[in-house]
Design a protein around this ligand. Structure first.
Ligand code: SF4
Length: 676
């Protein structure tokens, strides 16, 4: 294993223990299982059964149902019986928080229980207590006493268990000692896992969810390393980004978090949490997983996973385990600035307009620039591209002040305005030419396999005018680009880098997942000073509008890629250009219509750049799970909403009719509001 995965240079699945959930096998190279969770009231047997069936029909291989108390746990039997009566044998999972009693009932009924170690035995009081080692050990003994009965029941009934840590709901004990860090998340799960292993119970799956993909990815990696170091084996992993939200942003956040790990062969089951009906999560799960499925066998890259790597090292020098960066913490790669790219600048967005035959001022509207002919002025949006790539075209209209153009060298020679136009070369072309810009030269390098020894690199490296554009058409594209970054770090090459990703998929969801996975995985590791997204062919562009199966309506392809680029930067927290919403996916505990409310709140706050707003369905878990939101809108009773600033209650039990208005007032009172 290389630090946290089987291979850092090609797709190879991580070997994990095999776990049995009913008749379903998971881990140990079995296909990556997809799952979701119902949003109905668990006491409404028929509604829950029917929603479960819709999820199963959509392809869900496991269905999770909330069991907040003993009554709901008991009703799982009616739900299970009704499903079996209707011919569905899909394993069910009981979702437990706070109530060991409910867990112990559910574990005798369903095939799997999910416990949250942050609140299974502990009540969260947000207390900061200093624990001595003896006091801490006493706490662990207390947990052992409360948790062991559940382990014994699971063992007796053959029930599987997920120890599911959530970044936002760590216990006071963990918070006091480790803070809300990836290490704290890992330790939170390990405490429970050690107890279960002590009982020789191994039918366990683990998860490390967070609404922040950066934290989530680091926590999973750290968990793998910790299990390997401590036990010499790894339990299967359930991947998910919590409270990802809805629409494009929810998909991108999930794709970045889940996709980054899948790319490294990590993950045995996934759930994409969207604030949409649960059956709509399944196609997104499938789109994520199918990138790793061998088309003939339908089996998730088992052959690839088992193949011995020919190229174990990142630099072909045998130093595979010595990464020049830490995959467990975020640190942006050090670069010098070339104009506004690299150094301390936020990553730039380059819009590829080269496939438009004749670019006009109105085309720029798609990428954030609106021209008003009457006043002869441009309005620039928060998500306006910084550069456009036009191929061989020089534009015959005046450009907005902040926008610059990248063209091929022959066109650049013809361009009058050398402050606005900059050339893009192939690596060999740049090495051989004497005609270059004095300020910015873009140089393309195709990361070809793991061959990071680029013939022309010497002439390009640390040239203060060069911005390197990295792309790869390899099967292991992300890994190839990452290997090149690692080589740059080792060789102390400090040029800024723009990541180029082209998609040859078909539907908007597939394109989103492709872009988010390939570039997001790199941004999460601090690699990349710019992003440029495109399609391999014009047919791909046209297909965006014509494909039927999509939940994202694409009216404008260029707007789609531009927004996707900004959303990837937002989700990786490398460039904030809009309001961030952390909304729970809803479940049987939800106290209001989450989808409708999220849409309502979004409509009035989506101009608050950088403000994080959480919309959570219940007061039981909501406040704990809204992570680092600035403001929270949390259901606290039928028709009642409690409003938070950070983790502090500001307005309790507000009538839901006026709650959105009160949220706006709260934002205003805290000087975070701006007029549109
Ligand atoms: S926060 Fe949302 S998803 Fe989580 S338990 Fe409450 S209602 Fe369910």
């Amino acid at each position: 294993m290389q630090l946290y995965c089987e291979s850092l240079t090609e797709y190879k699945r991580l070997k994990t223990r095999e776990v049995k959930i009913g008749d379903l096998l998971l881990g140990n190279f079995h296909p990556i299982r997809v799952q979701t969770m119902t949003t109905t009231d668990t006491m409404d047997t028929i509604a829950t059964v029917e929603q479960s069936i819709r999820c199963i029909e959509a392809g869900s291989e496991l269905v999770r149902i909330t069991a907040p108390s003993k009554t709901e746990a008991e009703n799982l039997l009616n739900i299970k019986n009704e499903l079996r009566k209707r011919g569905y044998s899909t394993p069910l999972i009981a979702d437990i928080h706070f109530t060991p009693n409910a867990a112990e009932i559910a574990a005798r009924i369903v095939e799997k229980v999910r416990v949250n170690p942050g609140n299974y035995v502990d009540k969260k009081k947000f207390e900061q207590i200093e624990y001595t080692n003896a006091e801490y050990a006493e706490e662990i003994d207390r947990i052992r006493e409360r948790f062991t009965p559940l382990v014994k029941i699971c063992k007796e009934y053959g029930t599987a268990m997920r120890i599911g840590t959530n970044h936002g709901s760590l216990s006071d004990r963990i918070m006091s000692r480790y803070g809300d860090t990836p290490i704290g998340m890992v330790e939170s799960a390990m405490e429970f896992l050690r107890i279960a292993r002590g009982e020789t119970y191994h039918n366990i799956i683990l998860s490390m969810k967070s609404s922040n993909p950066q934290v989530m990815v680091q926590a999973y990696r750290l968990l793998i390393k910790t299990m390997q170091d401590e036990f010499g084996e790894i339990y299967p992993l359930h991947l998910g980004v919590t409270e990802a939200g809805d629409g494009e942003d929810g998909r991108i956040k999930s794709a970045i978090g889940i996709g980054t790990l899948l790319e490294d062969g990590i993950g045995d089951t996934i759930r994409v949490s969207l604030t949409e009906d649960p059956e709509f999560e399944i196609p997104v799960c499938k789109d994520l997983v199918k990138r790793y499925v061998s088309s003939e066998s339908g089996v998730v890259s088992r052959e690839v996973g088992k193949r011995e790597s020919q190229k174990e090292s990142l630099n072909n020098s045998g130093k595979s385990s010595q990464l020049p960066y830490s995959p467990f913490e975020y640190k942006r790669r050090e670069t010098f600035a070339v104009d506004n790219i690299g150094g301390k600048h936020v990553p730039v967005v380059v819009a590829d307009l080269s496939k438009i035959e004749k670019i006009t001022a109105s085309h720029l509207q798609s990428i954030g620039y609106t021209y008003d002919a009457a006043t002869d002025k441009w309005t620039i949006g928060d998500a306006a591209a910084d550069y456009i790539f036009t191929g061989n075209q020089l534009l015959n209209f005046a450009l907005p002040g902040t926008l610059k153009v990248i063209v091929y060298p022959a066109a650049w020679v013809e361009a009058q305005d050398k402050e606005k136009y900059f050339p893009i070369f192939s690596d060999s072309g740049y090495a051989e030419t004497n005609v270059k810009s004095e300020s910015i030269n873009f140089v393309m390098i195709d990361c070809n396999g793991n061959d990071v020894e680029n013939t022309y690199l010497e002439k390009i490296a640390n040239d203060p005018t060069v911005v390197i554009c990295l792309s790869s058409t390899n099967r292991n594209a992300m890994q190839s680009v990452r290997s090149m970054f690692a080589a740059f770090m080792r060789k102390n090459i400090l040029n800024p880098v723009v990541l180029i990703s082209d998609s040859n998929w078909q539907t908007p969801d597939e394109h989103l997942i492709h872009f988010a996975t390939e570039t997001g995985a790199l941004f999460l590791d601090g690699m990349g000073d710019g992003i440029c997204l495109g399609y391999t062919s014009t047919a791909q562009i046209n297909s965006l509008k014509t494909t039927g199966r999509t939940y994202l309506e694409v009216k404008d392809n260029y707007q789609f890629t531009n927004n996707t680029a900004f959303s990837i930067l937002q989700a990786t927290r490398t460039r904030i250009s809009k309001t961030e919403y952390i909304s729970c996916p809803s479940c049987g505990r939800t106290l209001f219509d989450l989808q409708e409310t999220t849409a309502k709140i979004r409509a009035v706050t989506n101009h608050l750049k950088g403000v994080k707003i959480a919309i959570m369905g219940c007061i039981v878990n909501g406040p704990g799970e809204m992570a680092d939101a600035d403001f929270g809108y949390v259901g606290s009773g039928p028709g009642k909403i409690t409003l938070y600033k950070g983790k502090e209650v500001m307005k309790r039990n507000v009538n839901s009719e006026v709650a959105v208005e009160e949220l706006i007032n709260l934002i205003k009172e805290n000087d975070a509001w701006v007029e549109v």
